[in-house]
Every structure is written in C-alpha cells, then in structure tokens.
Ligand binder design. Structure first.
Ligand SMILES: Nc1ncnc2c1ncn2[C@@H]1O[C@H](COP(=O)(O)OP(=O)(O)OP(=O)(O)O)[C@@H](O)[C@H]1O
Ligand code: SF4
Ligand SMILES: [Mg+2]
Length: 366
C-alpha cells in the first residue's frame, strides 16, 4: 500500500525532542562516552531510558538540556526541540528554553533547591522571571501549582524551607517548579529513585496525569524496569554509550531481541516479583572511550560469534518502531541463548566477585 493517508486519519503527534547521531566526549574530547545516540520523544509520549550504570543515560539528558559538565561536550550530532535545531544554541537562548519550554527533575532535589529560601519564594521567583507575573499573581499561581502536584496544605508548604519537607514533598516541589511555565518537555533523570515505593507510585501517577492533561512529552530515566513498564510508552536501552534496542515498552519487555536487553530483563525479573533472585551479567562493560571493533557487548554476550567483532553494527529495524543492534537479531537460534545469561549467584555477588559485575543493586533487588 502506498500513497497519502486518507484525510481523516490521525496525524502523528508532534516531535518535541529529537536527538540524532549524538556523539558526546568526556575528558576534553579524549574519550567518547556517547556514540551515535538517536531517539525521539513526541507530544504526550513518555520515553524511558534504561541501561546499566555508566551507559550514558544522564549524559543524554544533560546534552538534551545543554547542561553538560565541564570537559564534556557534543562532538557530533543534532538535537532538535519542537523541530528547531538547538544543538549550538547560545546559552542566553537556552536560558529561555529552560523552565519555559523544558523542565527537568533529578534524583536529588536538595541539590537544586536553595536550603535557605522557602519553597514559595523559589517558586514565585521562577514564575516572576519566566512568566513575568506580578508578586501577587506569582503567589497565587505557586499555591495552585503546589496543589496540582498533590501537596496537601499547599499554603503551608509555600512557607517552608526544603529541610522541613520529606523526600516525596521535595520531589513534588521540584516537579511544580519544572512544570511551572507549562513546558512541552519534562526530563526526569532518576526522579523517583530515592523515594519509597508508595511515594514513587504517587509521583508516577502525577507524571501520567501531567502527560494526559497537558500533553507533556517526558524523557524518563530509571533503573527500575517495573516503573518503566508502568509509566512509559516506549523504551530505549543503552549499553556502553550506544542505543542497543528501542521500541514500544510492552514489546521490549515481552519480546526483547537484543541479548543485553534479555539479560537486563532477567536481572530485573520484570512482572515476577516473587522471583527476586539476584542474577548477574557476567563481565564488565568496556571502559568509557575503549576502542572496540564490532559489538561493544561481545565480551559478555553468550551468543557472540566471529561476525560480531569484525565491523561496527548498525541498528536493524524489526517493526514499525522496534530496532536492535545485533548481527544475530534475526537468527532463530538466538531466542534460546538468553538462558545462558544467568548466574543466580548471590554469594558471588555479595563476595564482590570481580568476574561477575552485579547490575545496579536496585535493578537486582526488583
Ligand atoms: N563529568 C564527567 N567527566 C568524565 N566522565 C564522565 C562525566 N560524566 C559522565 N562521565 C562518563 O560518561 C559515561 C556515561 O555516564 P552517565 O552519567 O551518562 O551514565 P548513566 O547511564 O547515567 O549511569 P547511572 O545509571 O550510574 O546514572 C560514564 O562512563 C561516566 O563515567
Ligand atoms: S552482535 Fe553478537 S555479541 Fe553483540 S549482542 Fe549480538 S550476538 Fe551478542
Ligand atoms: Mg545517570
């Protein structure tokens, strides 16, 4: 079938964030930490980033926000926001995007809030600067926002300093600040990681509501695959600075095609909380900047063959929205190899076995 879609067919939602072939280096250009990362987030869509510690999730978020740390820089690639190329946008223009169009929430709200100022004064400051509201208008809007993010007695929270609030309340406050100017995109990097399960579930509901009510696009990083499954529409799997698989969340979780994704899912035991055995992925990911020909997962992959190490491996399209970076992705025999990526060996892990790197403890504990 070809030709134009019928006039009444639904249009795809607008692309809010586009990252294309992003290469990021660390140590002032000496080592590559992200290698050709591409991903998109559309209006009203929640896209999850997963992968072991050090795989490049935070650098991707920071690059998308143009807040890379010193010595870290974009070497190649493009970043677009609502169709506009923002890769080389000057800092002053970025200031206008931050808060007004792109909100961000990180794991540790205390490092982003001034400990000496009340929540109300910090929130009203943002509203006065970014939305040019009067003091009275900003105050009214701040109470409205604190209420919208589920803080009971918002007026009381308004007058409190960060130290007087619990972790969940602080994270809600950060979300209130992040959405205060009605952004099109929210970037949440481990925003729920430090919270207990009940509060985490409430924050997830809040993000879902914001998506539903405001059509917010969300880039959401978590080590917790159960949270990713609950919240996200699509998931992007990172390994050693590359995207190794991406696709609709149910498809990735039910039918992962890349051996690393399979290993990650086995570790997480998604959907089966009775099976909480600690499984490990043997071996270590390559050092950042390591020059490797072929698949970066080959050293740890139970399915590796000679062809995996001869040339760089492109992503293979597996469906309308599903891709995986593996030479054996269409090999029927591969479906049985994931069982080899198991080592239910809590003893080895707790003994700190050098031969077996436990994936993030949080992943393992699910
Ligand atoms: N400021 C920096 N200077 C040097 N290297 C860095 C810097 N920030 C990150 N890196 C390196 O870049 C790689 C990717 O880091 P990143 O923080 O994106 O990982 P991550 O996937 O977010 O990990 P985690 O799950 O632990 O948060 C890592 O190898 C890390 O050591
Ligand atoms: S390309 Fe080879 S080494 Fe890499 S994941 Fe696929 S089978 Fe394993
Ligand atoms: Mg990180």
């Amino acid at each position: 079938m070809s030709g134009n879609p019928p006039p009444d067919s639904p249009q795809p939602p607008d692309e809010i964030l586009g990252i294309e072939d992003l290469h990021v280096t660390v140590h002032h250009g000496a080592a590559a930490a992200l290698r050709g990362v591409s991903l998109t987030v559309h209006a009203g869509e929640i896209v999850g980033l997963v992968g072991e510690s050090g795989s490049g999730k935070t650098l991707t978020c920071r690059a998308a926000l143009s807040v890379l740390p010193p010595g870290v820089g974009v070497a190649r690639g493009t970043i677009t926001f609502a169709g506009q190329d923002v890769t080389d946008l000057p800092p002053r223009r970025w200031e206008r995007l931050h808060g007004s169009h792109i909100g961000a929430v990180f794991q540790d709200p205390t490092s982003y809030l001034n400990p000496n100022l009340t929540v109300g004064s910090q929130l009203t400051e943002v509203l006065r600067v970014k939305r040019r509201l009067t003091r009275a208008q900003a105050r009214e809007k701040a109470i409205e926002l604190l209420t919208a993010v589920g803080l009971r007695q918002a007026w009381r929270v308004f007058h409190q300093i960060p130290a007087e609030l619990s972790g969940g309340m602080l994270q809600r406050t950060m979300i209130a600040i992040a959405i205060s100017c009605d952004p099109e995109l929210l970037i949440a990097d481990e925003a729920t990681t430090a919270l207990d399960v009940t509060i985490q579930a409430e924050i997830i509901e809040l993000i879902k509501d914001l998506r539903d009510q405001r059509g917010l696009a969300v880039l959401f990083v978590s080590h917790d695959l159960a949270v990713i499954r609950e919240l996200c529409d699509r998931v992007v799997v990172f390994y050693a600075g590359e995207v190794v698989e991406s696709g609709p969340v149910e498809e990735i979780i039910e039918r992962p095609r890349h051996p690393y994704t399979r290993a990650l899912l086995r570790v997480a035991s998604v959907g089966d909380f009775q099976r909480r055995e600690l499984e490990v992925i043997p071996g270590q990911p390559p050092q950042v900047g390591a020059r490797i020909t072929g698949c970066r997962f080959a050293e740890r992959c139970p399915a590796a063959v000679a062809a995996c190490r001869t040339a760089d491996i492109a992503l293979t399209r597996l469906g309308t929205a599903h891709e995986a970076r593996c030479v054996r992705v269409n090999d029927p025999a591969l479906a049985t190899t994931s069982a080899a990526v198991t080592a239910p060996a809590p003893a080895a892990a707790s003994a700190g076995s050098a031969a077996a790197t436990a994936v993030d403890p949080e992943l393992a504990s699910r």
